[in-house]
Write a protein that binds this ligand. Structure first.
Ligand code: NAP
Length: 272
């Protein structure tokens, strides 16, 4: 799997499996199937309530831990020093892992002191429980604040990004500041799948709309984590590596005027 070098120095696979709303046996089977098909990067969060299932799937898949990249996120009510440490412990226990590859602040919370969060994050890195840290749903100003407060590099910002929410200013800011952007809801939960511009480009390239959308973001040096539970979707989404979109097609997708936001980030302004 192709990787990107993070500011922390660690490599992150550019493609992974999203797991929001995947729970129980369905989650376990999807994660096992994905790993069997070649996925090595799984995105979860404490709030998804599926870390135990993912832990079981990882165990049963029996893959060398060093070959996997596991991201989790601390929930916004637990950003105080003790809250971060205890939620990280719970996460590691549920996942049956000794360390996380990436630990993110799931949502900004203005009533919590970010300095405390990063004091805990830095400690987790020092102790080897977390390899890299980052943020999610942060705009440029908050990302900058996080960088100023953290001793270890803020490697990733995970935000909603897809052809109907092309956050080019935020992406530009993050690139300039060596923060890799992960696109969540890269398929806008299906909303982009009827788009005519994407459909024409997909037909021209003999690919599907999902593949075109994912490829568009990969060519912007982003990381994508589409969620899929069906085997067909899990397989289909992986076929984004041995072909390229032309500059012309990249621009056509950039120029799509339709706007749609899937996740309400209340109070946080995007794209800035
Ligand atoms: N940090 C955050 O605040 C945050 C917020 C939202 C999401 N996320 C992360 O990002 C991941 C992905 O986002 P998401 O789950 O919101 O939405 P998404 O990945 O944009 O869309 C998932 C939906 O698309 C369907 N799908 C997947 N591949 C498809 C294909 N090739 N053709 C047609 N349909 C396809 C899936 O169906 P099936 O399941 O039936 O296959 C599912 O219904 C999440 O799972 C989570 O890990 C993070």
């Amino acid at each position: 799997m192709k990787t990107i070098k993070l500011a922390s120095g660690h490599e992150m696979p550019v493609f992974g499996l999203g797991t929001w709303q995947l729970t129980g046996d369905k989650c376990k089977e999807a994660v096992k199937k994905a790993i069997e098909l070649g996925y090595n990067h799984i995105d979860t969060a404490w709030i998804y309530g599926n870390q135990e299932e993912i832990g079981e799937a990882l165990k049963e898949a029996n893959v060398d831990r060093s070959k996997l990249f596991i991201t989790s996120k601390v929930w916004k009510d637990n950003l105080d020093y003790k809250g971060v440490l205890s939620q990280c412990k719970e996460t590691l226990d549920q996942l049956q892992l000794d360390y996380l590859d990436l630990y993110l602040i799931h949502w900004p919370n203005p009533s919590m002191d970010l300095e405390e969060t990063f004091r805990a994050f830095n400690e987790l890195v020092e102790e080897g429980k977390v390899k890299s840290v980052g943020v999610s749903n942060f705009n440029s100003a908050l990302t900058k604040e996080a960088q100023e407060l953290s001793e270890v590099p803020v490697s990733v910002n995970q935000v909603e990004f897809h052809p109907y929410l092309n956050q080019k200013n935020l992406l530009k800011f993050c690139k300039k500041n060596n923060v890799v952007v992960t696109s969540y809801s890269p398929l806008a939960r299906g909303k982009i799948l009827q788009d005519n511009v994407l459909k024409n480009i997909a037909d021209e390239n003999n690919k599907t709309i999902s593949q075109v959308a994912l490829r568009w973001m990969l060519q912007k040096d982003m990381i994508v984590i589409p969620k899929a539970s069906s085997e067909d979707h899990i397989k289909e989404n992986m076929d984004v590596f041995d072909w390229k979109l032309s500059d012309e097609n990249m621009e056509k997708i950039d120029d799509i005027s339709e706007k749609h936001r899937v996740v309400d980030v209340g109070g946080v302004d995007f794209d800035d």
